[in-house]
Design a protein around this ligand. Sequence first.
Ligand code: UDP
Ligand code: MG
Length: 318
Amino acid sequence: MSVNAGYTKDLSIVVPIYNEEKGIPELVQRLRVAASSITENFELVFVNDGSRDGSLELLRRECSHDDRFFYINLSRNFGHQIAVSAGLDHVKGKATVIIDGDLQDPPELIPEMYAKYREGYEVVYAQRKHREGETLFKKATAKAFYRTMRKITSIDMPLDTGDFRLIDWRIVQCLRDMPEQNKFLRGQIAWMGFRQTGVMFDRDERKYGKTNYPLRKMLGLAIDGITGFSSRPLEWVTKLGALVSLLSFFVIIYALISHFLLDKTVSGWTSVIVSSMFLGGGQLICLGVIGTYISRINKNIVGRPLYLVAETNIAANK
Ligand code: UDP
Ligand code: MG
């Protein structure tokens, strides 16, 4: 991987955009200032992830003002991780920054991240000190998730980091070459190793609009993170199955003894109901866990493209 083919810019910034029209002018302005303070040889790559507001028109207009600004319009909403992956497939930077488009990740931190990159780190992630304006529930679940991930996977994922980070072109290349369909970028990047470090920042409150990561999507991301990097849940399920079988063995012995030796058969059906419910529940959980892994296999075998580009101002030969 010594050939730096195609990575001709000093800095690329990838920004996923989903219904962010109110913030886009300020976002573009602040990104431009932050990038220019590092180099003039930069590019901004916006990925419009099927926004239903005026984001696309705004992006088109912004991009027509500066030939270093690019947009990729996906054919529908594919989700944050895929939007970022689409952006990464098109960058030309020796260093690439991934940043949210809602200004919760301050663009002003990029120069500090770039300074670390110049010191020789291939990955510089932004680690949150505080998270402003987010519900206690979100903070608590996020915290629990990162700690669980660390415990049950073998990868060393830094705590309290999102996808806001700077990565070297080698990392970008590895991500492009990784075939998996269920993207969990921060896990994939942590898995890669190289020299990684963090810079601390206060996560701002969302200025405009509202979060696009409701509980449903957060759970989806958490499940992708866990199933992508750990088969522990399968091991737990197997152990649970063994335990339940052992218990039922004793119950069967007890039932036989009471029937043939003590001659007092159980008359109530409560015990039957309770145990069958218990087993039924246990089996459903197990099936769910196994099903989750199988659906991952299925997705990867089908080999559908990750996303479709409807329109872009990036030249085809880029
Ligand atoms: N986003 C996206 N597609 C989606 C949801 C979100 O591209 O389906 C973008 C969104 O525009 C923002 C970033 O991903 O730039 C993070 O989303 P959000 O702020 O809603 O998540 P949160 O910060 O609440 O975790
Ligand atoms: Mg946000």
